[in-house]
Design a protein around this ligand. Sequence first.
Ligand code: HEM
Length: 156
Amino acid sequence: MKTVPTLYEWAGGREAFERLTELFYGKVLQDELLEPVFRHMNPEHSKHVAHFIAEVFGGPKTYTEDDNGSHAGMVRHHLGKMLTEAQRRRWMALLLDSADEIGLASDPEFRSALVGYLEWGSRLAIMNSSTADNPISEGEPMPKWGWGETGGPYQP
Ligand code: HEM
């Protein structure tokens, strides 16, 4: 039986995600729509986001174990930020430009999974940014993303 690699393995592991977010947040700070919301980001921000996505994609538990993060903690960073759809679209565009520029795997299957995850996560980030109440409780597991489908319609 063939073993299916995780998205994390396919992408090239931790280093690939760290390169991706490093380039991306450099672009963000040059962008007129996004710079105002990221101006005061933590110096570890880029690494934390890389580790979050890597863990969701089946990599090691770096975000939850070494960075002291959690799913609820990640969501908390977005609460009350009042992010807009225009900012989300720019965020997506710059992240996908960065993926191309670092030469991240560009096969249709990987990119479909990557874009699917980023669309899902970025839309939730915008929704969460318009409330003060965290919809995710402490202790809830990290999301998991693989090669397949999301598995059902949106449930509020
Ligand atoms: C898949 C989508 C996303 C993921 C996985 C994600 C992940 C994260 C993580 C892990 C943090 C905490 C970083 C830290 O510990 O320093 C964070 C913070 C933040 N994110 Fe996101 N995010 C996503 C989408 C977005 C989008 C679309 C926006 C805005 C357009 C956004 C805006 C922010 C802001 C403003 C912060 C706080 C920055 C600060 O510390 O000042 N995020 N995000």
